[in-house]
Design a protein around this ligand. Structure first.
Ligand code: MN3
Length: 193
């Protein structure tokens, strides 16, 4: 199966002024597309994996029979595809508050504000490229952490709940080096909270 760029459920300018249309256009149309192209290229060499779910391939990566270079390509580009698809889906111009998640966040972190502080702190302190996640761990509890490159909580057996892209291509046009300002604004387009 060839992977294709998922359509966004909103226009490139829908997240303005917090995320600008130009950034969205390049991020979705160029960066995400490039990960998909490279993902398709590496999977073409392994017909036996063609029918497997990408989530499973990422989770089982260490045990897959692939050349190491191809494994790295699958991790980076498969992760790139999954992470971006997930990132687009948690954002929107209209809030769709998940009340149950909100309650659980309050129980786990004390308050929504405290959760945002923890999540923002993790994203600001993360060195170089990566993603900050709210994920459900193996005991079903909520955890906040950042992972490098295009690594995914799926590799740890965790389930992603919320994610923000920390790669400079996600914010550099509008915010340049000001990652903290990007994250602060990004909360406005996270539709779940
Ligand atoms: Mn990105």
């Amino acid at each position: 199966m060839k992977y294709e760029l998922p359509q966004l459920s909103y226009a490139y300018n829908a997240l303005e002024p917090y995320i600008d249309a130009q950034t969205m256009k390049i991020h979705h149309g160029k960066h995400h597309q490039a990960y998909i192209d490279k993902l398709n290229a590496v999977l073409e060499k392994y017909p036996a994996l063609a029918d497997r779910k990408l989530e499973e391939l990422i989770k089982e990566l260490p045990s897959l029979e692939m050349e190491e270079g191809d494994k790295a390509a699958l991790k980076n580009n498969g992760g790139g595809h999954l992470n971006h698809s997930f990132f687009w889906a948690v954002m929107g111009s209209e809030k769709q508050i998940d009340e149950m998640l909100l309650e659980e966040i309050k129980k786990t972190f004390g308050s929504t504000e405290e959760f945002k502080k923890v999540f923002t702190g993790s994203s600001i302190n993360h060195f170089a490229s990566g993603w900050t996640w709210l994920a459900r761990n193996e005991t079903n509890a909520l955890e906040v952490y950042s992972l490098p490159n295009h690594d995914s909580p799926l590799s740890k057996g965790h389930r992603p709940i919320i994610v923000v892209d920390l790669w400079e291509h996600a914010y550099y046009l509008k915010y340049q080096n000001r990652r903290a300002e990007y994250i602060e604004n990004w909360w406005n387009v996270l539709k779940l909270l």
